[in-house]
Design a protein around this ligand. Sequence first.
Ligand code: TRP
Ligand code: SF4
Length: 335
Amino acid sequence: MIMKKTILTGIRPTGNLHFGHYFGATSNWVKLQEDYECFFEIADVQALTDNFNNPEKVRKNVYELTIDLLSVGIDPKKAHLFIQSKIPEIAELTVFYSNLVTMARLYRNPTVKTEIAQKKALFGNDGESVTYGFVGYPISQAADITALGGTIVPVGEDQLPLIEQCREIVRKFNSIYGVTLTEPEHLLSPTPRIKGLDGKEKMGKSLGNALYLNDSSEIVQQKIMNAVTDPQKIRKDDPANPDICMVYYYHKLINNPNLETVCKECKNGTRGCVACKKELIQKIEDFLSPIRDKRKYYEDHPEEVQTILEEGTKEAKIRAEETMKKVKASMKIDY
Ligand code: TRP
Ligand code: SF4
């Protein structure tokens, strides 16, 4: 039997899945579960690094996110969905790895650096409120990956410095304690980052420009009707440039078979924006319809969601215990 390679990736439970997550990441996870042994982590401990003062939010979103992931096609028969905090080995490993990473290296991590800069801008302070747990989250993420024996890590571009740091930790561990762990490789998402409804480069909850997979028909309608179009187009029959229109961008994303017509009619002024938006709304409704059905099913069967998480967590725990045994033997703390 050929052993399938192990995939480990995670997501922070801080909100529902939006189109950016779906097209940028989780639609690919759905494909990957066919060919790899997949562990998808609901990273509640990592979410708490930013939200330690809001535990209710994290708890609620663990279940919301699990339902979102199941609704888009993560199949518990094929992949393991688990909750990070239920695997204490990850926390244990984080402590051991902490000795292998300097503070300077953490502060130099580009992802951490950017996030600290954002916090400073947001809270208007000099960074005094940045916690040890937050600065250290790349170490905990390295523990997520290696505890589960993940050798392939599907991520977006912004996460590459974290994977690189994980590889460094593994190399250092192996050189000090003997070869024990495998260096993981990243697998870049095939779709780059998805733009927001306002045309900003990134769709994000905090940016208020996101379209959610659990948005109701009314909300979808409202959001698309307000999406940014070519500002030069005032009248219905003005010709316009679809390349600077978010409505066209989403027609493309959603794979409208009518795309060429949309483009042509927009350019030659035979398409009005209202009709164009209505067509997009219909396509989005078609796309969301099976996702909504599945969501409804899992909302009506919370005990099934609980079981799926328990079973996934059980598998993850077995893996993490195996890793811990090896790690402790290598570190000579297998008393
Ligand atoms: N940091 C990742 C994010 O914010 C989430 C994450 C947690 C993760 N643990 C992981 C990603 C392990 C890859 C591997 O998107
Ligand atoms: Fe955008 Fe459609 Fe209006 Fe063209 S017609 S500007 S693609 S909404």
